[in-house]
Design a protein around this ligand. Structure first.
Ligand SMILES: [Zn+2]
Length: 438
């Protein structure tokens, strides 16, 4: 007989009401009226129950770079962070640029994973920008979007063609916006801190000019553009403008862009080296404003793990990228919800319904019949970020040692727990207590 799981006394993420939610055979079910032979009851004690979080921008590093991360370690980290689904970037070795590689990722992630994994396929062969990858065939193989993330599509003519070919698939192109020549040899944001440290800078315009270009190309072609990891005030303004013009453009940003400035680089701290780089206080303000006014469509981590050895190199030589799956929810609660920039319900929407809509992923809710992809978290619980405890192989985060609020208690995918905090306990009982069906 199947097990019935009850989340008792949970706070509904959207309504704020106290609810009890029952799960059986992988789906949310009505509260049974009679006892159940195999029931386990989790007293949520007012913690918030929500659909599992979704991250559209994750680097799982397989195939080819399993020293940095694996599908197993990356999805385990996702589960610990409250995520039940991630979309993985194709800048692997080799790049996921053919239907066979898309199928490989789907096959590899099918059973073993601790989260659902949706492959993003490359725009160009080998992500080299020279030859268009077979977009329609990769869409048929199960790709949910296309991206040369990690590398910009430098040629406007190539991006135009890619958008024209992507259009009949209905899938967006996720644009890593960076003008390669403006970036040059830059390793951090161009500005006072870069000058003080004697490091080469990347101007914000390296990102924003490419955003403008691709918004105009979306208008020209009718193809869908999704602007990745936006970091500058000008980029957010471009996204706002695209929305006003009614163009098929969406955009995302990451926790470090609404919290940190380039001063976090401090004295050559590679834990603050990512691409795009941390910007200025004005950019941080613009990022928060764009999230608050609905310009930003969804939040992502850009979880980009590297080995500790790689990140321990001198600043100029260390790779770009930090991890984010295990801190994202707390950084959202601590720095967006608690200061009042967005409500908790809106914040959760930006990590659940909103990204599902953009990549056309199956809907999840707390109603009977929905697949049981759920997260239970305590928004008030404080904890200190300790990278040694990460499930990810990556340890680089600019938030190490920070005390944050919002702790994941349990993550469930398809009715199965993929993460349980050590202090979560179940009551096992043969008969449901009277009044359980509240
Ligand atoms: Zn990128």
């Amino acid at each position: 007989m199947s097990t019935l799981t009850l989340f008792q006394n949970a706070t509904h993420w959207r309504t704020g009401e106290r609810v009890t939610i029952a799960v059986e055979d992988g789906v949310v079910v009505p509260i049974p009226r009679r006892g159940h032979e195999h029931a386990r009851v989790l007293d949520a004690r007012g913690a918030v129950l929500a659909p599992g979080l979704v991250d559209l921008h994750v680097h799982l590093r397989e195939p080819g770079q399993s020293a940095k991360e694996t599908i197993d370690s990356g999805t385990r980290a996702a589960a610990a962070g409250g995520f039940t689904a991630v979309a993985c970037m194709p800048n692997t070795v080799p790049a996921v640029d053919s239907p066979a590689w898309v199928e490989w990722v789907r096959h590899r992630t099918g059973n073993a994973a601790h989260a659902r994994v949706y492959p993003i396929a490359a725009v160009t062969v080998g992500q080299k920008g020279g030859q268009l990858a077979p977009l329609m065939a990769m869409a048929r193989a199960g790709a949910v979007a296309f991206s040369d993330d990690g590398h910009p599509v430098a040629s406007a003519a190539m991006m135009r063609r890619a958008l024209e070919y992507a259009r009949p698939t209905g899938l967006p192109i996720v644009c890593h916006e960076e003008d390669p020549e403006l970036r040059g040899e830059g390793v951090m944001n161009e500005g006072f801190t870069a000058t003080r440290l004697g490091l080469r800078g990347i101007p914000g315009a390296a990102e924003s000019v490419m955003c403008r270009r691709d918004v105009d190309l979306a208008e020209l072609t009718g193809g869908r553009v999704h602007l990745a990891h936006l970091s500058t005030a000008q980029s957010f303004e471009t996204l706002r403008d695209a929305r006003r013009r009614g163009l098929p453009v969406t955009g995302e940003t990451c926790p470090h862009y609404w919290i940190l400035t380039d001063e976090a680089v401090g004295d050559y701290d590679t834990n603050a080296k990512m691409n795009p780089p941390l910007r200025t206080a004005d950019d941080v303000r613009a990022c928060i404003a764009a999230i608050a006014d609905g310009t930003v469509d969804c939040l992502v981590t850009d979880h980009a793990p590297h080995t500790p050895d790689e990140k321990n190199r001198p600043f100029s030589e260390a790779p770009f990228g930090v991890v984010g799956l295990e801190t994202a929810l707390a950084l959202t609660i601590t720095f967006l919800v608690e200061p009042g920039h967005v409500s908790l319900a809106r914040a959760i929407e930006l990590w659940t319904d909103a990204p599902r809509r953009i990549f056309d992923l199956p809907e999840v809710d707390l109603e009977p019949g929905s697949v049981a992809d759920l997260v239970l978290f305590d928004p008030r619980s404080e904890w200190t970020v300790n990278p040694k405890l990460f499930y990810s192989k990556g340890r680089a985060t600019p938030f190490a040692g920070w005390t944050v609020r919002g702790r994941v208690l349990a993550t469930m995918m398809g009715g199965r727990f993929t993460h349980l905090a050590p202090d979560v306990e179940f009551e096992h009982q043969l008969v449901l207590p009277a009044g359980a069906a509240t």
